[in-house]
Design a protein around this ligand. Sequence first.
Ligand code: TYM
Length: 320
Amino acid sequence: MRIVSGIQPSGRLHLGNYLGMMRPAIAAQNEGETFYFIANYHALTTVSDPSALRRNTRAAAIDFLACGLNPDRGALFVQSDVPAVTELTWLLSVITGMGLLERCHSYKDKLAKGVASTHALFAYPVLMAADILAYRADSVPVGRDQKQHVEVTRDIAMRFNNLFGDVFAIPQPVIRDDVAVVPGIDGQKMSKSYNNHIELFGTEKDTRARIMRIVTDSTPLEAPKDPEQCTVFRIFRLISDDDQIEEMAERYRNGGFGYGAAKKQLFDAVWSFLEPLHRRRAELEKEPDFVDGVLRRGAERARAEADSVLGAARRAMGVD
Ligand code: TYM
C-alpha cells in the first residue's frame, strides 16, 4: 500500500496539524510505503516572504522528524525538489473542468479571508492532485478540510484514465473521525489563519497562555457541566488515555470543577505530551547534516517514482 500526504509550511505547525494528520501519518508507516512532503509550492499561494518560507519549510521537516516520523521507513522531502510534479500539474490541468475547481470550498474560504485571487490559488487542487497521483497513492491521511481536495483528485484521475488509459491509481482519503476537526481555542477548527491555534513547538509560556485563553461559557463553578460542550475537554480527550478522559468527564458532571482548573489540567497534559517532542527537536537542530541527508534521500526516492508516473502520463497523452 502507498500512503501519501503533505503539509504546508505557511507558518509553525500546530496541534490540529499534528493530531489530524501527522500522528495518523506516522502511525501509517507500519501499514505501507509512505511519501510525505512539505508543500512549499502550495504555501507560495499565501506566503510572500522568501526567508520565512525557507525557514518554515525546513522547520516543518524537522517538526515531522521530532514527532516520530521514521525516515528509514518512507520518504520525507520538500515538494519543490520533485520537478515532475509541476509538469504533471499541467497535464492534469488540460482535463480538469473549471466547474470542478469552482466548487472547491477551500478556494472560496480563502477568497473570503482576503487572500489574493490568483490563478495559483484557483489551480491549487490540481497541484495537489499531481502530488498524490505522482506517487501512485492508495491512501491519503488528512484532516476533514482536505477531503474535498482528495475527491477532486479522484475525479481527475478517473477522467484521465477514461480518456487515455489506466495510468493513475485512484486514491482514498483516510480521515479519522475523532481528530477530523481539532478545535482551536475559540472552539472553531484550529487554524493558524484564525489565530486560534496551539503551536506544537511554542514556548511553555505561550502554550500556557493560549490554553488559559480557551473560550468557555459562563456556567458557575459549582454547577454540573456537560464535558462534550466544552473546548477544554474536547482538546484534553485527544491527547489522553481512556481513564484520564473518564476521570475528567466525571469532574465536569459532578460540578464544583471550574474552567480554570480544567485548563490547568489540560495545560499539564499538553505540556507533558509535548516536552519529549521538544527535546527530540532540540537534538535534531544540532544535526543539520542528518536532516539534509533525510531530505536528499527522500527527494531522490520521490523523483524516481514521480518521473516514472510522469513518463507514463506523457506517453498516454502523446507528448513523449
Ligand atoms: P495544511 O497544511 O493546511 O494542513 C496539513 C494537515 O493538517 C490537517 N489539519 C487539521 N486536521 C484536523 N483538525 C484541524 N484543526 C486541522 N488543521 C489542519 C489538514 O487537514 C492536513 O491534512 N493542501 C494541504 C497540503 C497538501 C496535501 C497534498 C495534502 C498539499 N499537497 C497532497 C495531502 C496530499 C494543506 O493545505 O494542508
